[in-house]
Design a binder for this molecule. Sequence first.
Ligand code: FES
Length: 120
Amino acid sequence: MSKPAIRHHVCAAEELKLQGRRIATVKGQEIGIFVVGDRYYAWRNMCPHGGAPVCEGVVCGTRLPSLVYEYEYGKEREILRCPWHGWEFDLLTGMHLVDESVKLREYRVEEEDGELYLIM
Ligand code: FES
């Protein structure tokens, strides 16, 4: 039987909106909490490629699929780029942009009364 999930306070939602991200340690796990638009996302701070602290990477956009000789850039501030080898992950889904079998581990984050909590 698994233990019931517990809420762990992270920070004020306004604080996260100002900073863009927060890395919290809960139950010995480093977790990166991000805000994109008005939604919150939480990912394990470990890259599935080589174990880098992926949540410390650059938040940016990326090249979108386009025709030959065309360059289309998009998803600004929705992409997390690993600081070690540059693998790119969709901040909204945790999916690697090229290899659909690779995904960041997700955690639940909730807002209540202006405060953010990880549920785990
Ligand atoms: S460790 Fe993240 S891309 Fe290699």
